[in-house]
Design a protein around this ligand. Structure first.
Ligand SMILES: NC(=O)c1ccc[n+]([C@@H]2O[C@H](COP(=O)([O-])OP(=O)(O)OC[C@H]3O[C@@H](n4cnc5c(N)ncnc54)[C@H](OP(=O)(O)O)[C@@H]3O)[C@@H](O)[C@H]2O)c1
Length: 346
């Protein structure tokens, strides 16, 4: 089954069960009929419905550990791998490029440029050139602009991506950390340029649910694939930070410490750990499976620093999430109000 069809199928299955009490789909949408980009491999086979993020390659994971995680992902059926030009001073792209080159046609490689340096042609071109040198690949399957850069006209930025696409250097176009209105603006510009936004990469997890309000419904309406990052909240949702001696990004990295600082998030993580014990699985498995089971069918980008850490996230692929269990997990955190703010209609 083509990937768009698989996602629609997953969506329609969830829709039947979840829609009555989830607000999905919003009135007036018929998501079954949306023409969705298939994130296919060059062979035409759909890429996997879970992706792996290589932000730890070359840092928390040395080359041997990176390969071990890559192999574990492949064994679990994952073919979609995510990186960025700036990750780990280029080591992430270098290691992923080397691994992907061993079986290029079977791997979907996504990378990102444009987090730093603004969105000028010179800056984006220099970063794309650097990315190509680092990964050593003839083409990447998906190139994202890493964040919205409003100072340079979007026409300029996306014309460049369109040109690279026409030249066969990239296959699909994506954006990350864009607000919904920014995606729609970019999509209109892409249409005029004869291309489209195929994928978006927002943050989304049990304690970061803003994407539910505008981004996920927009993507479903527009047939844009969604690849949420940080399904474990950077590790918070593993439950390990309930131990005072816990180590990891959320206590060691100031940005993540701030992002996940509210007390209620710790309480949500503790509640998820209790629920996981009750159902006999790991909180990480529940957290990732919860993201994947959103009615719009996002493709979570899982990650870890070693194979042992990775296991519970991989287990989410086969976890039999039910609508009832997903509702219980959702109830552990704050559901964001609808875009209209009319709570009585939510
Ligand atoms: N577009 C963007 O702006 C953006 C931003 C962030 C990430 N991403 C992409 O999304 C991918 C995933 O994001 P993420 O790394 O934030 O995902 P995540 O799943 O929320 O966090 C992964 C981290 O959680 C911890 N962890 C994972 N499993 C664990 C376990 N079983 N026990 C204890 N700790 C565990 C590890 O960090 P510690 O060992 O340090 O605790 C691991 O690196 C990245 O690799 C990257 O490709 C994109």
């Amino acid at each position: 089954m083509a990937q768009g069809a698989a996602l629609r199928d997953r969506f329609s299955r969830h829709w039947r069960h979840v829609a009555p009490h989830s607000g999905f789909p919003p009135t007036g949408l018929s998501w079954h009929e949306v023409d969705m980009t298939d994130l296919t491999l060059t062979s035409g086979t759909p890429a996997s419905l879970f992706a792996f993020g290589t932000m730890q390659f070359g840092d928390a994971a040395d080359e041997a550990e990176s390969r071990a995680m890559y192999d574990a992902c492949r064994a679990a059926g994952i073919t979609h791998f995510d990186t960025a030009v700036g990750y780990t001073d280029g080591a992430s792209e270098r290691i992923l490029g080397m691994l992907a080159a061993e079986d290029r046609d079977a791997i979907y490689v996504a990378t990102k440029i444009g987090y730093d340096g603004g969105g000028t042609t010179e800056s984006l071109q220099a970063q794309f050139d650097q990315s190509r040198r680092q990964n050593g690949l003839d083409y990447v399957d998906l190139l994202y602009l890493h964040r919205f850069q409003g100072a340079t006209p979007l026409e300029t930025q996306f014309a460049l991506l369109r040109d690279w696409q026409k030249a066969g250097l990239i296959r699909h176009i994506g954006v990350s950390n864009y607000a919904a209105w920014q995606v729609m603006k970019a999509q209109a510009i892409c249409k005029d340029l004869g291309t489209r936004i195929d994928a978006i990469q927002p943050m989304y997890n049990l304690v970061k649910r803003q994407a539910e309000v505008e981004i996920l419904p927009m993507a479903a309406d527009q047939g844009i694939a969604v690849l949420p990052y940080s399904p474990l909240g950077g590790g918070l949702l593993t439950g390990k930070y309930s131990r005072p001696d816990a180590s990891g990004r959320v206590v060691e990295n100031a940005m993540y410490a701030k992002r996940y600082s509210p007390d209620w998030m710790r309480e949500t993580a503790a509640g998820l750990a209790r629920l996981a014990e009750e159902v006999g699985t790991s909180p990480a498995t529940l957290a990732v499976a919860w993201v994947a089971a959103h009615p719009t069918g996002p493709i979570p980008i899982i990650s870890a620093r070693n194979v042992a850490q990775l296991k519970p996230s991989l287990d989410a692929i086969e976890f039999p999430m039910t609508p009832e269990l997903r509702d219980r997990i959702s109830a552990l955190s704050i559901t964001p109000p609808p875009a209209t703010d009319r709570l009585e209609e939510a």
